[in-house]
Ligand binder design. Structure first.
Ligand code: SF4
Length: 317
């Protein structure tokens, strides 16, 4: 702190800065008036601002950001009743190349720093009560930045958002998957998309290095207690991975694991030869999974008309 002013508790200042982001520094009530005005006159809090914002007909807002080094990345604000979610990117692009994902088809331009991740949270200037790392990139491939961002989001001196409102989505890579389970207490969402090795490999090259069966085997040795949630994302590609056989095999694979499954209908992207399944097929899939005692939600993608839905972000105008 500048000459003449000292604080015995810098975390209290940090807490106020995060909680009051967007408000004048002079409004930090925990400090004497003179200090507040000193802060107001001498400091400013800067985060990256979106260079472009698009609004969907369903209310979703997508922001395009650009780092000082020229990396472009996107975040989305998704309102749904009382739940207001910000979906953030952890990388500009992605190097995992999943065949159904626009991000993966546009190459990799680098990891995002913690500052760039948190800029998405604050730069959209929208209220939120959930954060999901489901935008561009594989969060565990940028683990150190993501870990720090989650710690700041969760810390009492930071945003003080409970861990159960923060979710990291991953294709499942080692050893980071074990680390995130041990080191962070937030929710985990694993991208499953097919229970069959060769088929999953054909749409998710990561399967050849980290097979989903190994990922699940490891998860079965861990405890997901309390409000911490383990979920699996299953993207249904019409006529490809949506048969009763797939549903039964997925049920067998996940039985015995305390988890939730989100079924997501494919959102069409340029250059990919998949189609969206019909609602009846999706419901059949869910009913079969229910037979295995699994809890299943059919997730509605938001922001399709502005390319903000699952797998559609590319980071360009
Ligand atoms: S689905 Fe995730 S891991 Fe796969 S290419 Fe897209 S962003 Fe990367």
């Amino acid at each position: 702190m500048a000459a003449g002013y000292e604080t015995k508790d810098p975390s209290l200042l940090a807490h106020n800065l995060y909680k009051k982001y967007g408000k004048p520094l002079s409004s930090i009530e925990a400090y004497p008036k003179s200090l507040r005005w000193f802060l107001e006159d001498n400091f400013s809090i800067e985060v990256l601002q979106p260079i472009l914002k698009l609004q969907s007909s369903d209310g979703t807002i997508k922001g395009l950001f650009e780092s000082e080094g020229g990396k472009a990345f996107e975040a989305a604000w998704i309102p749904a009743a009382k739940r207001m979610t910000i979906c953030v990117s952890s990388q500009a692009g992605c190097r995992f190349g999943c065949k159904f994902c626009s991000t993966g088809q546009h190459g990799f331009r680098g990891n995002l720093s913690t500052f760039e991740i948190l800029s998405q949270v604050f730069g959209l200037r929208k209220p939120f009560n959930h954060i999901v790392f489901m935008g561009m990139g594989e969060p565990l491939d940028s683990y150190q930045s993501v870990k720090k961002a989650v710690e700041i989001l969760n810390a009492w001196w930071g945003v003080s958002l409970a861990n159960r409102y923060i979710t990291i989505s991953t294709v499942g890579i080692f050893p980071e998957l074990s680390k995130v389970i041990e080191e962070l207490k937030c929710n985990l969402a694993i991208s499953l998309h097919s229970p069959f090795h060769e088929e999953r490999k054909s749409i998710m090259p990561v399967e050849s290095i980290y097979p989903i069966k190994e990922v699940i085997k490891m998860l079965k040795t861990k405890k997901f207690t309390g409000k911490r949630r383990l979920s699996f994302e299953y993207l249904l590609l019409g006529g490809f991975n949506d048969s009763p056989l797939h549903a039964h095999e997925t049920g067998r694979l996940l039985s015995g694991l305390r988890c939730h499954i989100n079924l997501i209908a494919y959102n069409s992207i340029a250059g990919a030869n998949f189609r969206r399944p019909c609602l009846r097929t999706i419901e059949n899939f869910r009913e079969i999974l229910n037979e295995y005692g699994l809890r299943v939600t059919i997730r509605i993608s938001s922001g399709y008309d502005i390319s903000a839905a699952c797998g559609m972000m590319v980071g360009s105008k």
